[in-house]
Design a protein. Sequence first.
Length: 214
Amino acid sequence: MARRPDFTKARRLMVEEQLVGRGLKDRRVLEAMLSVERHLFVPEGMWHQAYDDHPLPVGHGQTISQPYMVAAMTEALALGPEHKVLEIGTGSGYQTAVLARLAGTVYTVEVVKELSLSARMILQRMGFRNVRFRIGDGHKGWPEFAPFDRILVTAGAETMPQVLVSQLAGEGRIVVPIGSSGVQTLTLGVKHGDRLVQRGLMGCVFVPFVRNGR
């Protein structure tokens, strides 16, 4: 019988080499990445790759993002325990779990029903009680609970989604991969009154920001 990998050691190496080694410094983000068990969000046959430096498929044409990208996006949000966060694109639920470790409440929207239900089951099993799930079109956000202090989009949008910006609180932050399919710039927007100041952070590659599964 194959020996079970040492996931605790693998997470520590992931944080030290992939995150700290690339300049990420937010101690709370690093601690969240160290505590959330990434292997539980991928098929068991891929557990041996769970802490490697690349994304992995999770079905339905979606992926779990590279650990560094998850941490970098989270760090850009500058999360505090008082913040209410909207996540667009629940996917496997891994990014959701990291956000939930750091924020007060996470509202997460996923267009693929099977992914949303799977993520809900995993996070509930892990003991998270500060996450609310919705199955639907992420382009619409979640207006019933707006405004949000922070918004994270985990799929590539062609332009800054203005409906989501309208659901962002004053002085709030939104992080979105923006650009054509396959070539995007991770973009941070900070809201000052009615004005959104945008800044490109790094190049990235995300699956497209789809509507109703298309």
